[in-house]
Design a protein around this ligand. Structure first.
Ligand code: GAL
Length: 965
């Protein structure tokens, strides 16, 4: 045990925090290959590890930045809330994995005399540093910068740097974020020269006065020699010592138009490049304002994540992430739950995202002990709390993208949090303070909640949230804007209910929008011996205590493929609302942006019959100012000859934008223009009994059971009503409303069918059954009425729920298994992706083609997925083109929903990872009349009443016919 490791002091020997400056002072990048030794426990202090002369040639070579658990030392472990060690603050277990790092570096011959700073951008969780055998100090705060003075110890030529990092420390109690526990030097290490008369620190406050359109600039350089500031574009050349410069008219910075001005600050010894964004942020009249206009944040929570590198995210990945956010209409990020790598904020400045920069703080694990000894309210931890927020603000305050400071996440209540807020208010009055755990908002500037259901958000929107015992606190809180710092938990399939939240945000000015939880699935990439790739979640590394797949709750799968939820989010956050009103013959468009007009966008239209384009063109929608609407006449297109003609209006980038290529779609709308009259009914066939079979058009049935055996020459198995789906994470509702346990208790996963009657009449073959679970007296009365006309076999399926149902149904439809050679799937319906009825805003009517494998969404924990909605017709083909066509007969409203898989729902339900699903030589097809929505009850509200599948009478009419090869 060492006392620092289990002490309350956050650091010793570290320099005071300061801004990260793009300086011309010489610097050495110390990333790369280090020597590394892994110890399962904390070693004795004086074992010579840091001696320059130590022979470390036998040590492993090891990359910095990285986490040692992802390089074969120890193992990753995932917990959401619980500490993976006893709650015994500030003590940690003896078993405390420790990484010893050493590297030599040669100081270039022209390295100047004088001071130097060693900077560690991130070390998880306790770092102690030695240079040339002399200890520089220690630091905690895993996602915060630590700098040490090093100039006095540098030697010409070869130098030896040594760092010891411990996995656990007292500071671990402050870092209980819901994520993998991963250790080591996971961000960069740099040596920077500090010139005499250099710029020690520099803060920029670049304001914007929306009433005059002018900017002000104040640059402070505490502790530095005189500094000049030059901003040539605005003709500014002056002293940077607290003077407020009036810079005249400027283009303000916003997430929509991230205008940056290049500037330079220079002292006698150093030059620093700056990118300045002029903007103002304020809470005024209960609204969150930027540049004088109310903000509606269309945000996501972002943890740092990479499936191979953990939180050591490569720069190109960071850029790809910001681009993906912009391309999906996200305009805000909460850096849950720690300051991100500084380059991420550079990208937000450059490409335009509003940022809530969160301090590296969470003590959620104290909840398990009823918050006893929570550091947030213990004066011994006060300095550590203040240290964390000071370092957050000091590093990031010059970023125009940062519009709010967040004190941390789920750290309970206490005076140390208030002290952090007070410190921010004193040292950076230009930004509001956020912390979700201050229910009265007594020391923060916005009212914040997570996962509040729609109805409650609406109440808050109306300032009608329930009163507490303190009327003055209520009045204060009701005067503040509201932010949902987390909502729409994107775990597994889903989330549903996004559109309904967005409508509330748009309706009530108090609601400033929010941040969907969360951007990534934090899966860790693994490979089987045969090369099969899969992604691990909690428990996959043998953790004693873990929270399973709760770590996989992102809009982006670990390989960074957008999930269907992200498609729904992009549609929800679309900056232009498009409505195709075929009846009125117009397209309505509304610019939903706050600051920017639509001159960067072009509006295209396309009329397609059964998904085949008839005509296309551009629509003369005028450039719309923020909030402006327009109505444009729809072009005339010829009517339908064979099916439906749909008009799709697509709003796209008119030119290459910094974050998207020309043609990138930001919004779309659709309307049905015309529909061909159905042709004359072909002649009906009659059931013909031949021995043990009944033949009916292209169908062959078992005469005794009434079961379909063959359709259009293809064997069919297991043809019956289905109500089960492999519960989604939202159905399981572990941290919300658990519905799946009801389904299992009722027995929906083990329904049995009892034949009541089979009648081969003149017109049809009619099978009546009762589908019900063992041990229950509820069930469904099912009628399968088979008829045939022309080359089509028609099924009229009706299912009527009987008995007392305590829960909604997962789905209602037809299950069947077809021969495995069918692999190409083409459909005219909604797509191209998966959707649920409460997240269908991202799927449009069209003609799509895929393979069976391509239809699956590989959620980390297998569950219901791949549902395609609104299907008018569906064709399944083998390699020779022959197969089966299934068309909607109108019974289920706007088409049926289908899934097609190589396994059934039970196998899907039982698997723990997608690669465990064994493909059968059969195609399991489901044709659904309807299904229960998705909701976001994995950590939030369930399915809204209008999207629940209430037991009642459900109908499906589908026709089957042969597709020749
Ligand atoms: C919140 C928490 C997040 C995450 C989420 C569930 O309570 O702030 O860190 O745990 O729930 O995924």
């Amino acid at each position: 045990m060492t006392s620092d490791l289990e002490g309350f002091a956050p650091s010793a020997g570290a320099r005071p925090p300061r801004a990260r400056l793009d300086s011309d002072a010489p610097a050495l990048d110390l990333d790369g290959t280090w020597r590394f030794r892994y110890l399962p426990e904390v070693p004795a202090d004086h074992d010579g590890f840091a001696d320059p002369g130590l022979d470390d040639s036998g040590w492993d070579e090891f990359p910095v930045p990285s986490h040692w658990q992802l390089h074969g030392y120890g193992a990753p472990a995932y917990t959401n809330v619980h500490y993976p060690f006893p709650v015994d603050p500030p003590f940690v277990p003896d078993e405390n994995p420790t990484g010893e790092y050493r590297r030599t570096f040669d100081l270039p011959p022209d390295w100047p005399e004088g001071g130097a700073v060693l900077r560690f951008d991130g070390a998880d969780s306790f770092l102690r540093v030695w240079l040339n055998g002399t200890e520089l100090g220690f630091s905690t705060g895993s996602r915060l910068v630590a700098e040490f003075d090093a100039g006095h110890l540098l030697r010409p030529g070869r130098n030896v740097l040594a760092a010891r990092v411990h996995q656990w420390s007292a500071a671990s109690y402050l870092e209980d974020q819901d994520m993998w526990w991963l250790s080591g030097l996971f961000r960069g290490v740099t040596l920077q020269h500090r010139p005499a008369e250099g710029i020690e620190d520099l803060t920029v406050v670049a304001g914007y006065d929306h009433t005059t359109g002018t900017g002000t600039l104040r640059v402070d350089t505490p502790g530095s020699a005189p500094v000049r500031i030059d901003l040539p574009e605005l003709g500014l050349h002056g002293a940077a010592t607290g003077t407020v410069h009036e810079v005249g008219p400027v283009e303000p910075w916003s997430a929509e138009s991230p205008r940056l001005y290049a500037a330079e600050a220079a002292s006698a010894g150093e030059r620093v490049r700056l990118r300045i964004g002029f903007r103002s942020v304020a809470v005024e009249n209960g609204r969150l304002m930027a540049n004088g206009r109310p903000l509606l944040l269309r945000g996501v929570n972002r943890h740092e994540w990479h499936p191979d590198h953990g939180r050591a995210v490569p720069p190109e990945t960071m850029r790809a992430d910001v681009l993906a956010m912009k391309q999906h209409n996200v305009d805000a990020v909460r850096t849950s739950h720690y300051p991100p790598h500084p380059s991420f904020l550079d990208l937000c400045d450059e490409l335009g995202l509003w940022v809530v920069d969160e301090c590296d703080l969470e003590t959620h694990g104290f909840e398990a002990v009823e918050w006893r000894d929570n550091p947030s309210d213990d004066p011994r931890w006060r300095e550590a709390y203040l240290d964390r927020i000071r370092r957050t603000v000091a590093r990031d305050r010059n970023h125009p993208s940062v519009i709010m400071w967040s004190l941390g996440n789920e750290a309970g209540r206490g005076e140390n949090l208030r002290a952090m807020a007070d410190w921010v208010h004193e040292h950076d009055p230009t930004r509001p303070v956020h912390y979700e755990g201050d229910p009265d908002s007594s020391y923060v500037d916005v009212y914040s909640r997570m996962y509040a259901p729609h109805a409650e958000v609406e109440e808050i929107g109306r300032c009608g949230e329930p009163a507490t015992e303190d009327p003055s606190a209520d009045a204060h809180r009701r005067g503040l804007p509201f932010v949902l710092c987390e909502y729409a938990h994107a775990m597994g399939a889903g989330p549903g209910g996004l559109a309904e939240y967005q409508r509330l945000f748009e309706r009530y000015p108090r609601l400033a929008g929010g941040f969907v939880w969360e951007w990534f699935d934090h899966g860790i990439r693994r490979r089987e011996d045969d090369g099969t790739e899969w992604f691990a979640y909690g428990g996959d590394f043998g953790e004693v205590l873990h929270d399973g797949s709760f770590v996989a709750d992102g809009l982006v799968l670990p390989d960074r493929a957008p999930s269907p939820g992200l498609t729904a989010l992009a549609a929800t956050f679309a900056p232009v609302r498009v409505e195709v009103d075929a009846g009125a013959g117009v397209v309505r468009a509304e610019n939903l942006r706050t600051f920017a007009d639509t001159s960067d966008l072009a509006v295209h239209w396309e009329a397609a019959e059964e998904g085949v384009v008839l005509e296309r063109g551009t629509l003369p929608v005028p450039v719309l100012a923020p909030g402006e609407r327009s109505e444009t006449e729809l072009p005339q297109v010829r009517g339908a000859a064979v099916g439906q003609v749909w008009m799709t209006v697509s709003v796209r980038a008119a030119r290459d934008l910094p974050w998207a290529e020309e043609g990138h779609e930001v919004a779309w709308g659709q309307g049905l223009l015309t529909e061909a009259e159905p042709g004359p009914e072909p002649a009906a066939h009659h059931p013909v009994t031949e021995g043990r079979h009944v033949r009916l058009g292209p169908g062959v049935f078992d005469a005794r059971t009434g079961r379909l055996l063959e359709v259009a020459g293809l064997g069919a198995e297991g043809v019956r009503l289905g109500v089960w789906r492999a519960p989604t994470d939202n159905d399981e509702g572990t941290h919300g409303f658990p519905l799946a346990p009801f389904w299992r208790a009722v027995g929906l996963d083990r329904m049995v069918e009892r034949r009541r009657s089979v009648e081969a009449g003149h017109e049809a073959l009619q099978l009546r059954t009762r589908l019900a679970p063992a041990a229950r007296d509820l069930g469904l009365e099912v009628s399968y009425r088979w008829s045939a006309a022309g080359s089509t076999l028609w099924l009229d399926l009706e299912a009527r729920a009987v008995g007392e149902w305590p829960c909604p149904l997962p789905r209602v439809g037809l299950d069947l298994a077809l021969p495995g050679f069918l692999d190409t799937v083409e459909w005219f319906g909604r797509g191209p992706g998966e959707a649920f009825r409460d997240m269908d805003q991202g799927v449009r009517v069209g003609r799509f083609t895929d393979t069976v494998a391509g239809l699956q969404t590989p959620y980390l924990r297998p569950q219901e997925n791949g549902v395609r909605l609104g299907t008018r017709w569906l064709e399944l083909r083998g390699a020779d083109g022959a197969g089966l066509r299934i068309r909607d007969g109108g019974g289920a409203g706007e088409g049926f929903a289908f899934t097609a898989r190589r396994w059934d729902d039970h196998a899907l339900d039982a698997a723990r990872h997608p690669h465990e699903l064994a493909a059968e030589d059969r195609l399991h097809l489901r044709l659904d009349a309807d299904h229960h929505g998705s909701g976001s009850a994995s950590c939030g509200p369930g399915v809204l009443p209008e999207h629940q599948l209430t037991p009642g009478t459900h109908r499906l009419r589908v026709g089957f016919s042969r597709l020749p090869g």
